[in-house]
Design a protein around this ligand. Structure first.
Ligand code: 4AD
Ligand code: MG
Length: 470
Protein backbone atom coordinates (compact mmCIF):
# COMPACT_ATOMS: atom_id res chain seq x y z
CA UNK A 1 0.00 0.00 0.00
CA UNK A 2 1.51 3.30 -0.96
CA UNK A 3 1.97 5.85 1.79
CA UNK A 4 0.95 9.39 0.95
CA UNK A 5 1.32 12.79 2.57
CA UNK A 6 -1.94 14.56 3.32
CA UNK A 7 -0.64 17.56 1.39
CA UNK A 8 -0.36 15.50 -1.79
CA UNK A 9 -3.72 13.84 -1.32
CA UNK A 10 -5.47 17.20 -1.02
CA UNK A 11 -3.53 19.21 -3.56
CA UNK A 12 -3.57 16.49 -6.22
CA UNK A 13 -7.17 15.61 -5.30
CA UNK A 14 -6.43 11.90 -5.11
CA UNK A 15 -9.59 9.83 -4.73
CA UNK A 16 -10.92 6.31 -5.25
CA UNK A 17 -7.65 4.64 -4.31
CA UNK A 18 -6.45 2.81 -1.23
CA UNK A 19 -3.53 4.43 0.54
CA UNK A 20 -1.83 4.65 3.92
CA UNK A 21 -1.40 7.87 5.88
CA UNK A 22 0.73 8.28 8.98
CA UNK A 23 0.46 11.05 11.50
CA UNK A 24 -0.80 12.22 14.87
CA UNK A 25 -4.42 12.21 15.99
CA UNK A 26 -5.83 15.69 16.50
CA UNK A 27 -9.25 14.59 17.67
CA UNK A 28 -11.59 11.65 17.88
CA UNK A 29 -15.36 12.03 17.76
CA UNK A 30 -17.46 8.95 18.33
CA UNK A 31 -21.00 8.46 17.07
CA UNK A 32 -23.09 5.31 17.37
CA UNK A 33 -21.44 3.03 14.84
CA UNK A 34 -18.57 5.16 13.61
CA UNK A 35 -15.66 7.21 14.80
CA UNK A 36 -14.33 10.31 13.08
CA UNK A 37 -10.59 10.65 13.45
CA UNK A 38 -8.84 13.85 12.50
CA UNK A 39 -5.25 13.17 11.49
CA UNK A 40 -2.45 15.64 10.82
CA UNK A 41 0.92 14.60 9.42
CA UNK A 42 2.62 18.01 9.41
CA UNK A 43 2.81 18.18 5.63
CA UNK A 44 0.21 20.94 5.39
CA UNK A 45 -2.23 23.00 7.40
CA UNK A 46 -5.19 20.76 6.67
CA UNK A 47 -5.89 17.52 8.48
CA UNK A 48 -7.52 14.48 6.97
CA UNK A 49 -10.80 13.20 8.35
CA UNK A 50 -10.98 9.43 8.56
CA UNK A 51 -14.16 7.53 9.25
CA UNK A 52 -13.76 4.17 10.89
CA UNK A 53 -16.51 1.63 11.33
CA UNK A 54 -17.18 -0.31 14.54
CA UNK A 55 -16.42 -3.56 12.67
CA UNK A 56 -12.72 -2.69 12.95
CA UNK A 57 -11.10 -5.46 15.07
CA UNK A 58 -9.41 -2.87 17.36
CA UNK A 59 -12.32 -0.41 17.24
CA UNK A 60 -12.63 0.02 21.01
CA UNK A 61 -9.00 1.05 21.27
CA UNK A 62 -9.22 3.34 18.23
CA UNK A 63 -12.35 5.06 19.52
CA UNK A 64 -10.52 5.74 22.77
CA UNK A 65 -7.39 7.27 21.22
CA UNK A 66 -6.24 10.52 22.81
CA UNK A 67 -5.07 13.63 20.99
CA UNK A 68 -1.42 13.19 20.09
CA UNK A 69 -1.44 9.43 19.45
CA UNK A 70 0.64 8.34 16.47
CA UNK A 71 -1.09 6.05 13.99
CA UNK A 72 -0.86 4.58 10.49
CA UNK A 73 -4.22 4.33 8.79
CA UNK A 74 -5.02 2.48 5.60
CA UNK A 75 -8.21 3.07 3.71
CA UNK A 76 -9.95 4.42 0.63
CA UNK A 77 -9.89 8.08 -0.28
CA UNK A 78 -13.33 9.40 -1.17
CA UNK A 79 -14.97 12.71 -1.87
CA UNK A 80 -16.66 13.86 1.29
CA UNK A 81 -20.25 14.96 1.52
CA UNK A 82 -21.51 18.44 2.29
CA UNK A 83 -20.86 21.62 0.40
CA UNK A 84 -17.08 21.48 0.53
CA UNK A 85 -16.67 17.91 -0.75
CA UNK A 86 -13.34 17.79 1.02
CA UNK A 87 -11.52 14.53 0.45
CA UNK A 88 -11.71 12.12 3.37
CA UNK A 89 -10.81 8.52 4.06
CA UNK A 90 -12.83 5.44 4.83
CA UNK A 91 -10.43 3.74 7.17
CA UNK A 92 -10.03 -0.03 6.93
CA UNK A 93 -7.25 -0.57 9.40
CA UNK A 94 -5.70 1.55 12.10
CA UNK A 95 -2.27 0.60 13.34
CA UNK A 96 -1.44 2.24 16.64
CA UNK A 97 2.20 3.27 16.62
CA UNK A 98 2.65 5.47 19.66
CA UNK A 99 0.17 6.12 22.46
CA UNK A 100 -0.09 9.16 24.71
CA UNK A 101 -1.47 9.31 28.19
CA UNK A 102 -3.42 11.93 30.10
CA UNK A 103 -0.24 13.81 30.99
CA UNK A 104 0.33 14.92 27.36
CA UNK A 105 0.45 18.72 27.70
CA UNK A 106 -1.31 19.57 24.44
CA UNK A 107 -4.68 18.08 25.29
CA UNK A 108 -6.55 21.32 25.78
CA UNK A 109 -8.10 22.79 22.67
CA UNK A 110 -6.86 26.35 22.94
CA UNK A 111 -3.36 26.62 24.25
CA UNK A 112 -1.82 30.05 24.74
CA UNK A 113 1.43 30.95 23.02
CA UNK A 114 2.95 31.64 26.46
CA UNK A 115 2.11 28.14 27.63
CA UNK A 116 3.42 26.61 24.41
CA UNK A 117 6.76 28.43 24.81
CA UNK A 118 7.34 26.22 27.86
CA UNK A 119 6.59 23.21 25.66
CA UNK A 120 8.89 24.19 22.82
CA UNK A 121 9.71 20.54 22.15
CA UNK A 122 6.05 19.67 21.56
CA UNK A 123 4.54 22.89 20.29
CA UNK A 124 5.32 22.03 16.67
CA UNK A 125 2.46 19.51 16.90
CA UNK A 126 -0.08 22.31 17.13
CA UNK A 127 -1.74 23.88 14.10
CA UNK A 128 -0.24 27.22 15.08
CA UNK A 129 3.40 26.17 15.15
CA UNK A 130 2.98 23.89 12.16
CA UNK A 131 1.79 26.97 10.28
CA UNK A 132 4.58 29.22 11.53
CA UNK A 133 7.35 26.76 10.80
CA UNK A 134 6.04 25.97 7.32
CA UNK A 135 5.99 29.69 6.55
CA UNK A 136 9.55 29.88 7.92
CA UNK A 137 10.60 27.12 5.54
CA UNK A 138 8.99 28.82 2.56
CA UNK A 139 10.61 32.16 3.33
CA UNK A 140 14.00 30.45 3.55
CA UNK A 141 13.41 28.84 0.15
CA UNK A 142 12.21 32.18 -1.21
CA UNK A 143 15.43 33.80 -0.02
CA UNK A 144 17.65 31.33 -1.87
CA UNK A 145 15.50 31.55 -4.98
CA UNK A 146 15.46 35.36 -4.98
CA UNK A 147 19.20 35.85 -4.62
CA UNK A 148 20.30 32.89 -6.67
CA UNK A 149 18.14 33.94 -9.63
CA UNK A 150 19.77 37.36 -9.49
CA UNK A 151 23.25 35.91 -9.66
CA UNK A 152 24.16 36.19 -5.97
CA UNK A 153 26.26 33.39 -4.51
CA UNK A 154 25.38 31.84 -1.15
CA UNK A 155 28.25 32.37 1.27
CA UNK A 156 28.74 30.57 4.57
CA UNK A 157 30.41 33.18 6.74
CA UNK A 158 32.16 31.93 9.90
CA UNK A 159 30.29 31.62 13.17
CA UNK A 160 33.35 32.09 15.36
CA UNK A 161 34.89 35.49 14.87
CA UNK A 162 37.75 37.58 16.26
CA UNK A 163 36.18 41.00 15.71
CA UNK A 164 33.32 43.11 17.00
CA UNK A 165 32.13 44.06 13.54
CA UNK A 166 29.19 46.19 14.66
CA UNK A 167 31.16 47.88 17.44
CA UNK A 168 28.29 47.47 19.85
CA UNK A 169 30.14 45.19 22.26
CA UNK A 170 27.23 42.79 22.49
CA UNK A 171 29.18 39.60 21.92
CA UNK A 172 29.35 36.17 23.45
CA UNK A 173 32.92 35.11 24.14
CA UNK A 174 33.97 31.72 22.76
CA UNK A 175 36.51 30.23 25.11
CA UNK A 176 37.72 26.92 26.49
CA UNK A 177 39.19 28.73 29.49
CA UNK A 178 35.86 29.69 30.90
CA UNK A 179 34.85 26.21 32.02
CA UNK A 180 36.94 26.62 35.16
CA UNK A 181 37.64 30.28 35.69
CA UNK A 182 39.44 29.78 38.99
CA UNK A 183 42.14 27.73 37.26
CA UNK A 184 42.23 29.90 34.15
CA UNK A 185 45.44 31.72 33.31
CA UNK A 186 45.43 35.42 34.14
CA UNK A 187 47.47 38.31 32.80
CA UNK A 188 49.55 40.44 35.21
CA UNK A 189 46.59 42.77 35.77
CA UNK A 190 44.37 39.83 36.72
CA UNK A 191 42.43 39.57 33.47
CA UNK A 192 41.87 36.27 31.66
CA UNK A 193 44.90 35.55 29.48
CA UNK A 194 43.32 34.79 26.12
CA UNK A 195 46.73 34.14 24.55
CA UNK A 196 46.51 30.79 26.36
CA UNK A 197 43.00 30.20 25.07
CA UNK A 198 41.97 27.79 22.32
CA UNK A 199 42.53 30.21 19.44
CA UNK A 200 45.36 32.08 21.17
CA UNK A 201 43.20 35.22 21.27
CA UNK A 202 39.80 36.40 22.38
CA UNK A 203 37.05 35.12 20.08
CA UNK A 204 33.31 35.61 19.86
CA UNK A 205 30.14 34.26 18.31
CA UNK A 206 29.55 36.32 15.17
CA UNK A 207 27.18 39.28 15.45
CA UNK A 208 27.20 39.55 11.65
CA UNK A 209 28.77 37.91 8.61
CA UNK A 210 29.06 41.22 6.81
CA UNK A 211 32.80 41.86 6.93
CA UNK A 212 33.58 38.39 5.60
CA UNK A 213 30.77 38.88 3.09
CA UNK A 214 32.47 42.03 1.85
CA UNK A 215 35.67 40.06 1.19
CA UNK A 216 33.81 37.53 -0.94
CA UNK A 217 31.74 40.15 -2.78
CA UNK A 218 35.09 41.60 -3.88
CA UNK A 219 35.73 38.42 -5.86
CA UNK A 220 32.33 36.92 -6.63
CA UNK A 221 30.64 40.24 -7.31
CA UNK A 222 27.52 39.60 -5.28
CA UNK A 223 26.99 37.25 -2.34
CA UNK A 224 24.46 36.66 0.38
CA UNK A 225 24.88 35.00 3.73
CA UNK A 226 22.05 33.27 5.53
CA UNK A 227 23.02 32.04 8.94
CA UNK A 228 22.71 32.38 12.68
CA UNK A 229 24.08 35.45 14.45
CA UNK A 230 24.43 36.08 18.15
CA UNK A 231 23.99 39.14 20.30
CA UNK A 232 24.29 39.39 24.05
CA UNK A 233 22.34 42.65 24.23
CA UNK A 234 20.20 42.54 27.33
CA UNK A 235 16.95 43.47 25.58
CA UNK A 236 14.05 41.48 26.84
CA UNK A 237 11.57 42.64 24.22
CA UNK A 238 9.19 40.89 21.85
CA UNK A 239 11.55 41.77 18.97
CA UNK A 240 14.96 40.67 20.26
CA UNK A 241 16.62 37.28 20.38
CA UNK A 242 20.12 36.39 21.56
CA UNK A 243 20.41 33.98 18.63
CA UNK A 244 18.71 34.97 15.42
CA UNK A 245 19.08 34.37 11.69
CA UNK A 246 20.14 37.03 9.29
CA UNK A 247 20.32 37.31 5.52
CA UNK A 248 23.11 39.64 4.43
CA UNK A 249 23.61 40.38 0.74
CA UNK A 250 26.68 42.34 -0.30
CA UNK A 251 27.16 43.81 -3.78
CA UNK A 252 30.34 45.10 -5.39
CA UNK A 253 30.14 48.19 -7.62
CA UNK A 254 26.89 49.21 -5.96
CA UNK A 255 25.72 52.26 -4.05
CA UNK A 256 23.05 52.64 -1.39
CA UNK A 257 20.23 53.28 -3.86
CA UNK A 258 20.91 50.01 -5.61
CA UNK A 259 20.75 47.96 -2.43
CA UNK A 260 17.69 49.91 -1.23
CA UNK A 261 15.99 48.77 -4.46
CA UNK A 262 17.29 45.25 -3.90
CA UNK A 263 15.91 45.23 -0.36
CA UNK A 264 12.53 46.48 -1.58
CA UNK A 265 12.34 43.78 -4.24
CA UNK A 266 13.41 41.15 -1.73
CA UNK A 267 10.73 42.07 0.82
CA UNK A 268 8.11 42.10 -1.95
CA UNK A 269 9.33 38.72 -3.17
CA UNK A 270 9.02 37.28 0.35
CA UNK A 271 5.43 38.52 0.55
CA UNK A 272 4.58 37.17 -2.90
CA UNK A 273 6.17 33.80 -2.14
CA UNK A 274 4.41 33.46 1.22
CA UNK A 275 1.02 34.30 -0.30
CA UNK A 276 1.65 31.76 -3.05
CA UNK A 277 3.05 28.90 -0.99
CA UNK A 278 1.54 29.34 2.46
CA UNK A 279 -1.78 31.11 2.05
CA UNK A 280 -3.67 28.65 4.27
CA UNK A 281 -0.99 28.98 6.95
CA UNK A 282 -1.24 32.78 6.90
CA UNK A 283 -5.02 32.68 7.02
CA UNK A 284 -4.93 30.25 9.91
CA UNK A 285 -2.53 32.42 11.91
CA UNK A 286 -4.54 35.58 11.33
CA UNK A 287 -7.69 33.77 12.37
CA UNK A 288 -6.28 32.78 15.75
CA UNK A 289 -8.32 34.13 18.62
CA UNK A 290 -5.33 35.85 20.21
CA UNK A 291 -3.90 37.25 16.97
CA UNK A 292 -3.09 40.93 17.39
CA UNK A 293 -2.52 41.51 13.68
CA UNK A 294 -5.00 43.85 11.97
CA UNK A 295 -7.92 41.95 10.44
CA UNK A 296 -7.01 43.15 6.94
CA UNK A 297 -3.36 42.14 7.29
CA UNK A 298 -3.31 40.00 4.14
CA UNK A 299 -4.75 42.82 2.06
CA UNK A 300 -2.19 45.18 3.55
CA UNK A 301 0.58 42.78 2.55
CA UNK A 302 -0.79 42.66 -0.99
CA UNK A 303 -0.87 46.45 -1.04
CA UNK A 304 2.75 46.60 0.17
CA UNK A 305 3.74 44.06 -2.49
CA UNK A 306 2.28 46.35 -5.18
CA UNK A 307 3.41 49.74 -3.86
CA UNK A 308 6.50 51.86 -3.82
CA UNK A 309 8.27 52.03 -0.47
CA UNK A 310 8.65 55.49 1.03
CA UNK A 311 12.21 56.77 1.14
CA UNK A 312 13.24 59.60 3.48
CA UNK A 313 16.43 60.76 5.16
CA UNK A 314 16.94 60.67 8.91
CA UNK A 315 16.78 64.47 8.85
CA UNK A 316 13.38 64.38 7.12
CA UNK A 317 12.20 61.72 9.58
CA UNK A 318 13.10 63.96 12.53
CA UNK A 319 11.29 66.88 10.91
CA UNK A 320 8.13 64.82 10.51
CA UNK A 321 8.36 63.53 14.09
CA UNK A 322 9.04 66.90 15.65
CA UNK A 323 5.93 68.34 13.98
CA UNK A 324 3.63 65.67 15.42
CA UNK A 325 0.99 67.22 17.65
CA UNK A 326 1.54 65.85 21.19
CA UNK A 327 -2.24 65.60 21.49
CA UNK A 328 -2.13 63.04 18.65
CA UNK A 329 1.01 61.22 19.74
CA UNK A 330 3.28 61.86 22.66
CA UNK A 331 6.79 60.44 22.29
CA UNK A 332 8.85 59.36 25.25
CA UNK A 333 12.18 60.17 23.57
CA UNK A 334 13.30 63.46 21.96
CA UNK A 335 12.78 64.11 18.26
CA UNK A 336 15.49 66.72 17.76
CA UNK A 337 18.22 66.24 15.16
CA UNK A 338 20.99 64.17 16.69
CA UNK A 339 18.69 62.07 18.87
CA UNK A 340 18.40 58.37 18.27
CA UNK A 341 15.46 57.15 16.17
CA UNK A 342 13.71 54.98 18.76
CA UNK A 343 11.32 52.10 18.16
CA UNK A 344 8.36 54.36 19.06
CA UNK A 345 9.49 56.74 16.29
CA UNK A 346 10.10 53.95 13.81
CA UNK A 347 6.68 52.47 14.42
CA UNK A 348 4.96 55.84 14.22
CA UNK A 349 6.53 56.53 10.83
CA UNK A 350 5.68 53.14 9.35
CA UNK A 351 2.35 52.49 11.05
CA UNK A 352 0.70 55.83 11.46
CA UNK A 353 2.37 58.37 9.24
CA UNK A 354 3.10 56.46 6.01
CA UNK A 355 1.14 53.26 6.73
CA UNK A 356 3.81 51.56 4.61
CA UNK A 357 7.36 50.26 4.90
CA UNK A 358 9.72 53.23 5.05
CA UNK A 359 13.38 53.40 4.10
CA UNK A 360 15.23 55.89 6.28
CA UNK A 361 18.70 56.86 5.04
CA UNK A 362 21.66 59.03 6.02
CA UNK A 363 21.79 58.73 9.79
CA UNK A 364 24.18 60.67 12.04
CA UNK A 365 27.43 58.71 12.09
CA UNK A 366 27.38 58.44 15.90
CA UNK A 367 24.53 55.92 15.76
CA UNK A 368 26.04 53.71 13.13
CA UNK A 369 28.95 51.30 12.72
CA UNK A 370 32.46 52.41 11.74
CA UNK A 371 32.34 50.92 8.25
CA UNK A 372 29.59 53.08 6.75
CA UNK A 373 30.30 55.44 3.86
CA UNK A 374 30.78 59.00 5.13
CA UNK A 375 28.72 61.73 3.52
CA UNK A 376 30.33 65.02 2.49
CA UNK A 377 28.46 66.88 5.26
CA UNK A 378 30.86 65.28 7.74
CA UNK A 379 27.93 64.43 10.01
CA UNK A 380 25.96 61.63 8.39
CA UNK A 381 26.66 58.27 6.81
CA UNK A 382 25.06 56.37 3.91
CA UNK A 383 23.07 54.08 6.15
CA UNK A 384 19.58 52.76 5.62
CA UNK A 385 17.08 51.16 7.93
CA UNK A 386 13.85 49.69 6.62
CA UNK A 387 10.96 50.12 9.02
CA UNK A 388 7.70 48.23 8.76
CA UNK A 389 4.33 48.58 10.48
CA UNK A 390 3.93 46.54 13.64
CA UNK A 391 7.64 45.98 14.19
CA UNK A 392 9.91 48.88 13.31
CA UNK A 393 13.34 47.99 11.91
CA UNK A 394 13.58 44.79 9.89
CA UNK A 395 16.57 45.72 7.74
CA UNK A 396 19.77 47.59 8.53
CA UNK A 397 22.24 48.32 5.78
CA UNK A 398 24.62 50.80 4.21
CA UNK A 399 27.03 51.68 1.51
CA UNK A 400 30.48 50.82 2.87
CA UNK A 401 33.39 53.22 3.22
CA UNK A 402 35.70 52.14 0.39
CA UNK A 403 38.30 54.86 0.95
CA UNK A 404 41.16 53.59 3.11
CA UNK A 405 42.07 56.97 4.61
CA UNK A 406 38.49 57.88 5.51
CA UNK A 407 37.89 54.45 7.00
CA UNK A 408 41.04 54.47 9.15
CA UNK A 409 40.33 58.04 10.26
CA UNK A 410 36.90 56.97 11.46
CA UNK A 411 38.39 53.98 13.27
CA UNK A 412 40.85 56.32 14.99
CA UNK A 413 38.02 58.66 15.99
CA UNK A 414 36.29 55.68 17.57
CA UNK A 415 39.59 54.55 19.19
CA UNK A 416 39.31 51.21 17.41
CA UNK A 417 42.30 48.91 17.19
CA UNK A 418 43.09 48.48 13.49
CA UNK A 419 45.28 45.42 13.91
CA UNK A 420 42.52 42.77 14.16
CA UNK A 421 40.90 44.26 11.05
CA UNK A 422 44.05 44.41 8.88
CA UNK A 423 42.43 42.06 6.36
CA UNK A 424 39.30 44.21 6.16
CA UNK A 425 41.45 47.27 5.47
CA UNK A 426 43.27 45.30 2.74
CA UNK A 427 40.01 45.35 0.76
CA UNK A 428 40.48 49.13 0.55
CA UNK A 429 44.14 48.74 -0.36
CA UNK A 430 43.77 46.35 -3.25
CA UNK A 431 41.23 47.02 -6.00
CA UNK A 432 38.79 48.85 -3.75
CA UNK A 433 35.35 49.51 -5.25
CA UNK A 434 32.16 51.12 -4.00
CA UNK A 435 29.99 48.45 -2.44
CA UNK A 436 26.91 48.14 -0.30
CA UNK A 437 24.73 45.63 1.45
CA UNK A 438 22.18 45.05 4.17
CA UNK A 439 21.02 42.60 6.79
CA UNK A 440 17.44 41.36 7.09
CA UNK A 441 16.49 39.88 10.45
CA UNK A 442 14.81 36.65 9.36
CA UNK A 443 12.60 36.39 12.46
CA UNK A 444 11.56 40.04 12.18
CA UNK A 445 10.53 39.38 8.57
CA UNK A 446 8.57 36.34 9.70
CA UNK A 447 6.80 38.38 12.38
CA UNK A 448 5.94 40.99 9.81
CA UNK A 449 4.49 38.56 7.29
CA UNK A 450 2.72 36.19 9.69
CA UNK A 451 1.49 38.91 12.06
CA UNK A 452 2.83 36.87 15.02
CA UNK A 453 3.73 39.45 17.63
CA UNK A 454 6.39 37.76 19.72
CA UNK A 455 9.72 36.88 18.11
CA UNK A 456 10.02 33.87 20.45
CA UNK A 457 7.23 32.22 18.47
CA UNK A 458 8.80 32.37 15.02
CA UNK A 459 12.05 30.51 15.80
CA UNK A 460 12.06 26.82 16.77
CA UNK A 461 13.93 27.21 20.07
CA UNK A 462 14.25 30.84 21.19
CA UNK A 463 17.29 32.01 23.13
CA UNK A 464 16.77 35.16 25.19
CA UNK A 465 18.36 36.57 28.36
CA UNK A 466 18.02 33.99 31.17
CA UNK A 467 16.43 31.51 28.83
CA UNK A 468 18.23 28.74 26.98
CA UNK A 469 16.05 25.70 27.61
CA UNK A 470 15.69 22.83 25.17
O1 4AD B 1 21.02 46.53 11.92
P1 4AD B 1 21.92 45.37 12.16
O2 4AD B 1 22.65 45.33 13.46
O3 4AD B 1 22.90 45.31 10.92
C1 4AD B 1 23.96 44.47 10.77
O4 4AD B 1 24.25 43.57 11.47
C2 4AD B 1 24.72 44.74 9.49
N1 4AD B 1 25.99 44.01 9.56
C3 4AD B 1 23.89 44.31 8.30
C4 4AD B 1 24.58 44.56 6.99
O5 4AD B 1 24.65 45.69 6.57
N2 4AD B 1 25.08 43.52 6.35
O6 4AD B 1 21.06 44.02 12.06
C5 4AD B 1 20.35 43.71 10.89
C6 4AD B 1 18.95 43.24 11.21
C7 4AD B 1 18.09 44.26 11.95
O7 4AD B 1 17.51 45.17 11.06
C8 4AD B 1 17.06 43.37 12.59
O8 4AD B 1 16.05 43.00 11.66
C9 4AD B 1 17.85 42.12 12.92
O9 4AD B 1 18.99 42.12 12.09
N3 4AD B 1 18.27 42.09 14.32
C10 4AD B 1 17.72 41.28 15.25
N4 4AD B 1 16.74 40.37 15.19
C11 4AD B 1 16.42 39.72 16.30
N5 4AD B 1 17.04 39.89 17.50
C12 4AD B 1 18.03 40.80 17.61
N6 4AD B 1 18.65 40.94 18.79
C13 4AD B 1 18.42 41.54 16.47
N7 4AD B 1 19.35 42.48 16.22
C14 4AD B 1 19.24 42.80 14.92
MG1 MG C 1 20.24 48.14 12.93
Amino acid sequence: MSRLMIKNILSEKIIDVDVTVKGWIRSVRNSKKFSFLVLNDGSCQASLQIIVDEILPNYAQVAGLLTGSAVAITGRLVRGGGKTQVIEMQGRSVEIIGLVDESYPLQKKATSLEFLREQAHLRIRTNTFGAIMRVRHHLAMATHEFFSKRGFFYLNSPIISGVDAEGAGEMFTVSTLASDLTKSPKTKDGKLDFSKDYFGKETFLAVTGQLEGECYAMGLGAIYTFGPTFRSENSNTTRHLSEFWMIEPEVAFADLDEVANLATDYIKFLITYALEHAASELEFLLGREDSTAPKDHLNTLKHVRDSKFMRITYTEAMEILSKVDPAVKKFEYPTTWGSELQTEHERFLAEEHFKMPVIVTDYPKEFKAFYMKQNSDGKTVRAMDILVPGIGEIIGGSQREDDLIKLTNRMNELKMDQEPLWWYLDLRRFGSVPHAGFGLGFERALMYITGVNNIRDVIPFPRTPKNCDF
